[in-house]
Every structure is written in C-alpha cells, then in structure tokens.
Design a protein around this ligand. Structure first.
Ligand SMILES: Cc1ncc(COP(=O)(O)O)c(C=O)c1O
Length: 368
C-alpha cells in the first residue's frame, strides 16, 4: 500500500461543476471581483458566524492587513506562539511592531497561557494566538487575561476552518480572524487565497481599502495601500468547496478518532489532548515521540511507502532573523520530536489502520 500525505487532485469535490464554472468565467473574462467573490465573502462570513468577511490574496496578507488595520503605535509589543508558520511573525515585523515569542502547551500545541500571562506588560498591544493544526486555542481564557488592558486579539485561523470552541467558530472571539485558502489547507483554492473576518465595521471598511490601493471604488484612493484580492476563479472554486465542507470536518474527525484508538496504547507516543466540547478541524494529526526516535520512525514509515511531514522542523526563535527568545522550555527542540501523519477526507480507514500498524511495528522492533 502507498499512502500519500495529501492528494490534492483527489480532494477536489464536484470536479465537473468546478471545471464548468471556471470555463464560463474564462468565457466571460471575469477574472477579478464580481459575483463569485461577493458570494464567497457572504457565504464564508455566514459559515464562520462573523458580520464581515474581506477576501484577500493569501493568508499572509490577511495577517498583515489585519495587524495594519489596528493602527498600533510603532514598536508596540505583540505576543505570539513560537510554533507557527513564519507568516504570523512576518506580519508583526512588516507592521514595525515588536515580536514577543511565547511558549506552547504540549496538549494541543497552542499558546501556553502561563507563559502568556508572564509576558503581558504595559507595552503589549496585541496577542496573536494560532489555532495550530486546527486545534482551537482557549481564546475565552486569553480574553480574561487581557481584560481592561487595551490589548487586541488577532486569531490566526489559517489551519482552522470549521474549528469551534463549544459551538462558536474560531476567529470570532477576538477582534479579527484570519484564514488561508492555500491549496493544501482543509478549505483550499486552486492557488493562493485568504480572508479576514471581523464584527467591527471600522476594521471591515479599512481592510477593504487596505487590500485595494486605499480605494473602495475605482479611483477613490484615500491612502496608499496594496493589491491583495482573492481572484474570481479562486472564489468560484471555494464557493463549490464550501458547500460540502462540513463533511470534510466530519471525515477528518473520524480518522483522528481512529488514530487515537490505535495509538493510545503506545507509551512512547504523545497524542493530542483536546477539550471534548470543542471541534478541531484536524488539519494535521501530529504525534510527539522521543528525539532519538523521530527521524527513525519517519524513515521506517517512508520505507513502508507512508509519507509524513514535520510542522514545523524549527521553532521561530531558532531562525536567526527573529528574536532569540530563551527559556521556552516546552517548545525547546519540539521541531525534532513531532511528526505529522497523513490525514484528509480522501484517506480511508484502511489506510489509517495501515499507518498505525506500521507505527506499532516500529516501536515493537525498537524495543528489541
Ligand atoms: C498558521 C499559518 N498562518 C499563516 C499562513 C499563511 O497563509 P498563506 O500561505 O496563505 O499565505 C499559514 C499557511 O501555511 C499558516 O499555516
């Protein structure tokens, strides 16, 4: 059996419908803006339960524009977890703000609330929790920590479409939620794409201008902005995919349950410990093993035709152009202990059983 990490072609639902839509948009030469984009913004804000959605060029721009829309004073401190994709930190630097890295908790890999509490000070103006791997961060608790402190929250939901805290979608607790529709994401386009959601009409209106040269209407520039629009073809693809997205989340949850069942008796493996009432989007299924075992396990799975990945092989404080924050005990060397196993709505139960069988085999052999 050969198990790919993801098979993007297989993941396309309603292929005929999507190709028909793309064809008709090409015939109409409708490439930027228009009905499909407006429809997606409306459907996505409905799905998430936010008042407004601004579709954008990609998830990195969504973060940058979100931070920009808050108009924070130059040099203000922004706290973010150290285990995230580089974009979360880039958005801080590109807005001339100061990065403060925070440790992660090892149950679900979200920001460590204990460390966060220590790092909040008078200069803190923004916290950027990341719902990494699709696991919801405890934002209600973060809101308690920053109460009456004039500190904003931007939730990085790039991996968390459909993730919920109780019944409420992530990205709607803080001031802004940002999303990525990169092809490999649970809700992925046929190229780059992103969005921000908010309940604030002020942030919404400013973000509309920030994404389009400072203008809402043609030639109505109020300041110098940028070009970061979700193009029409991507919006059309996302409109089709969003319709059946609930099924995607359900299938991923079932596969995650199977992983948990099959791996829970291997004492060398640490699994996610998630809050039962919450919903993870299971963008990644990540396990943690001892440093001396991780690369060997990866190789063993590879030898058995099972693709795995590492998200991420480094913590951001280990990159030499970011602050070299010390004393982040839990995330120290984390990039050498974690391994992401294949999970997607196109994977079968049989495939997941095969993966876990090979993992069990590996640990049995390594005890000999
Ligand atoms: C946590 C996180 N934030 C931000 C991004 C950036 O999204 P994009 O690749 O669409 O720019 C990603 C994408 O990988 C991500 O995983």
């Amino acid at each position: 059996m050969r198990i790919k990490f993801t098979n993007l072609y297989k993941l396309i639902p309603e292929k005929k419908n999507i190709f028909f839509k793309i064809n008709s948009l090409i015939k109409k030469s409708q490439f930027v803006g228009g009905k499909e984009v407006k429809k997606f913004e409306k459907s996505f804000s409905n799905y998430v339960g936010a008042k407004y959605c601004v579709s954008l060029g990609n998830g990195t721009d969504a973060l940058e524009i979100a931070v920009n829309s808050l108009n924070l004073k130059k040099g203000s401190e922004v706290i973010l977890p150290v285990n995230t994709w580089i974009s979360t930190a880039e958005a801080v630097l590109s807005n001339n703000l100061k990065i403060v890295f925070c440790d992660v908790n090892l149950d679900d890999y979200s920001i460590c609330l204990k460390d966060l509490k220590k790092k909040i000070n008078k200069k803190t103006r923004l916290v950027m929790p990341v719902h990494l791997y699709g696991n919801p961060t405890n934002i209600p608790e973060i809101k308690k920590l920053i109460k009456n402190k004039n500190i904003k929250i931007i939730e990085d939901c790039a991996q968390a479409h459909g993730a919920r805290i109780k019944r409420k979608h992530v990205g709607t607790f803080g001031d802004i939620g940002t999303f990525s529709f990169f092809p490999g994401k649970n809700l992925g386009a046929f190229g780059d794409g992103g969005a921000l959601v908010t309940n604030s009409s002020k942030i919404y209106n400013l973000s509309l201008r920030l994404r389009n040269h400072g203008a809402k209407l043609k030639y109505d520039h109020k300041f110098s902005g940028r070009n970061s629009r979700l193009d029409t073809l991507q919006a059309a693809v996302l409109n089709v995919k969003l319709k059946s997205y609930k099924e995607v989340i359900k299938k991923r949850a079932k596969l995650a349950k199977l992983y948990n069942k099959n791996l829970s008796n291997i004492k060398n493996i640490k699994l996610f410990k998630l809050v039962k009432k919450n919903t993870s989007s299971f963008h990644q299924f990540v396990i943690r093993v001892n440093i001396d075992k991780r690369d060997k396990l990866k190789k063993y799975l590879q030898k058995n035709n099972i693709e795995t990945m590492i998200h991420y092989p480094y913590m951001l404080n280990e990159l030499n152009f970011f602050p070299n924050t010390k004393n982040l005990k839990k995330s120290k060397s984390l990039g050498k202990k974690i391994i992401s196993l294949p999970i997607s709505e196109e994977h079968s139960f049989k495939e997941i059983n095969y993966v876990t069988k090979k993992i069990q085999e590996f640990f049995k052999n390594s005890q000999k």
